[in-house]
Ligand binder design. Structure first.
Ligand SMILES: NC(=O)c1ccc[n+]([C@@H]2O[C@H](COP(=O)([O-])OP(=O)(O)OC[C@H]3O[C@@H](n4cnc5c(N)ncnc54)[C@H](OP(=O)(O)O)[C@@H]3O)[C@@H](O)[C@H]2O)c1
Length: 239
């Protein structure tokens, strides 16, 4: 646990902040003194998180370019530039064998998990580069590096995110902008609800998963490193 207040003065955007990992990341960043901006689709859930942690809601759909541009314009106007920290935590997760996966569901994974992260990066990176600082934390997954049955669409999006992240690392080298790919193993959130992991023999039990705190602490750790330290990759597993 870092000293409370270690992120005072930092503006942070967290996508996927209406629940799960993103909501807990947002809360921990706020506890550390950051001014936090929350992006997701569910306005009511975002408002509730925002009220609880003292943050600002930016309702937007990562599958709708115009809504993303307008939310991020609002953010940059309020901040007077890009936020110092961007956490791309929004994501969709479903398990389905490739033989029965629907095209719509496949597209949905790529649209949110990969293209959505690109939209956020595309919108904010130019101003970060111009200013010569900023940290982008992309939330990948163990399934962006290892194959698990049923993860065809999800892995396609997360392997893609890892590829984009690795290019980003090369493109920001020496600019002052930093980027980290977090690769958590299975984490106990409502993303698993429809697969009922505790009753499925092939899935990890919830008690064997990471907790959202484990991932949120990793984000706080990365964000509180001094500017000369970059952490390109952080894998998080349950011991
Ligand atoms: N849980 C795990 O086991 C695990 C493991 C490794 C990595 N991850 C990754 O961690 C991230 C968070 O996962 P989680 O488990 O916390 O999932 P979650 O509880 O289902 O939360 C997903 C978040 O993404 C947002 N979101 C989904 N579609 C969106 C869209 N079109 N536009 C904007 N926001 C959207 C959701 O908000 P709205 O529905 O309100 O839009 C929600 O805030 C994801 O990238 C996931 O792939 C999860």
């Amino acid at each position: 646990m870092s000293d409370a207040g270690s992120l005072r003065g930092l503006d942070a955007l967290v996508t996927g902040a209406s629940r799960g990992i993103g909501a807990r990341v947002a809360e921990r960043l706020a506890e550390e003194g950051a001014r936090v901006w929350l992006l997701a689709r569910s306005g009511d859930a975002l408002d509730a998180v925002a009220a609880r942690i003292g943050a600002t809601a930016l309702p937007a759909d990562l599958a709708d370019d115009a809504s993303v541009w307008s939310a991020l314009d609002r953010l940059q106007e309020a901040v007077g530039g890009p936020p110092g920290l961007v956490v791309n935590a929004a994501g969709v997760f479903g398990l389905e064998p490739l033989a029965t996966e629907t095209v719509l569901d496949f597209d949905r994974h790529v649209e949110v998990n990969l293209r959505g992260a690109f939209l956020v990066i595309r919108s904010l990176l130019p101003a970060m580069l111009e200013r010569g600082d900023g940290l982008i934390v992309n939330v990948g997954s163990v399934a962006g590096r290892r194959a698990f049955p049923g993860n065809g669409a999800y892995s396609a999006s997360k392997y893609g995110l890892r590829g984009m992240h690795e290019v980003l690392l090369e493109e920001v080298r020496g600019t002052g902008v930093r980027a980290t790919l977090l690769e958590p193993a299975a984490t106990d959130t409502s993303a698993w609800d429809r697969h009922d992991p505790d009753s499925a023999p092939d899935l990890p039990n919830r008690s064997a998963m990471l907790d959202v705190d484990d991932v949120a602490e990793a984000v706080v750790f990365v964000a509180s490193r001094p500017p000369h330290v970059r952490i390109p990759l952080l894998q998080i597993e349950r011991a």
